[in-house]
Ligand binder design. Sequence first.
Ligand SMILES: [Zn+2]
Length: 356
Amino acid sequence: MINLPNLKILDMKESEYDYRFLVESTTPSPSHCPQCGEIPKLYKHGKKEQLFFDLPMHTKRVGLIIKRQRYKCRECNETFFEDLPDMDVKRSVTNRLINWIQETSLEKTFTSVADEIGVDEKTVRNIFNDYVAELEAQTDFRTPKWLGIDEDHLLKNYRCVITDVENKSVIDILRKRNKDTVISYLSKLQDIDKIELVAMDMWNPYKSAVNTVIPNAKIVIDKFHVVKLANEALEKIRKANRQNVSAQERRQLMRDRYVLLTRRKDLNDFDNQIKLQVWTDKFPLLGQAYELKEQFFDIYEAESIDEAYKLYQKWLSNVPKELMTHFEDRLSQRIIGKKRYSTISILRLQMPILSP
Ligand SMILES: [Zn+2]
């Protein structure tokens, strides 16, 4: 044992499955009556044996029979027991056994945990439930300044993932991603006015849910989703081009497509630079599309909204007619549901994230 500093062992019995220690507390007598606060009026009023359980030892259960001192107050006639700082008196277990039960119940059934230490199953279950409630209370997060609404494909369904953008943490996962679900979730958040920005993709129900519940929050389209569209436009052009090439070239183009999707500044490998050169020489339109994709990304890396706007104007004037449809489809038309946001308004939305 048992190394509980406030207990002294008086006796020990051992059986096949159990240790029983007879102990008494070594804590000083109470200095005042807990009921009326009177200081000198206490006297000892008998002892009572109480059974507490402690950590198992050598695979045997450990019971501590405490000869617990009772006191009585001359002033108010209240009787009370001495304090037991190492014990959870309500549950009749040591505090350290509580911790052990919390951890162990994560892995084993309540029944087997109960059997291992000698307490009943209901006590184990209650301790564990309290623990879970405590954990949940702790994770009751602070409403973030930048809320992220995103989605993930989990268990065959799209789930709505709520994140704290600034602290890069997931706050919650909602079972559905429709407007009502998001509205009902947002409505339950505390201090909702704290939310200044909401980052999301171009899923209209998110936008209208946010507009309904937090109309003052600024909506920001996640950069990732916009640049993804630029890549999709390029892919579309690549696929349109493959009709005009031989089967072998088509396979080659398929294999090399990652080169087209890579930023030029990230093409460190000389082989890949050559591949890019070969394809863009062979298919000038593809080359142009690549340039446009690169320039589009540059817009997002502008230092200010003015600079971004200039880059955007320049970009727009560089898009040849035959490519415009691809980019337009992707970048301007299908944005945020019914309301057709132009690329530049997305840029405006995006800017706060670019210049924190
Ligand atoms: Zn009293």
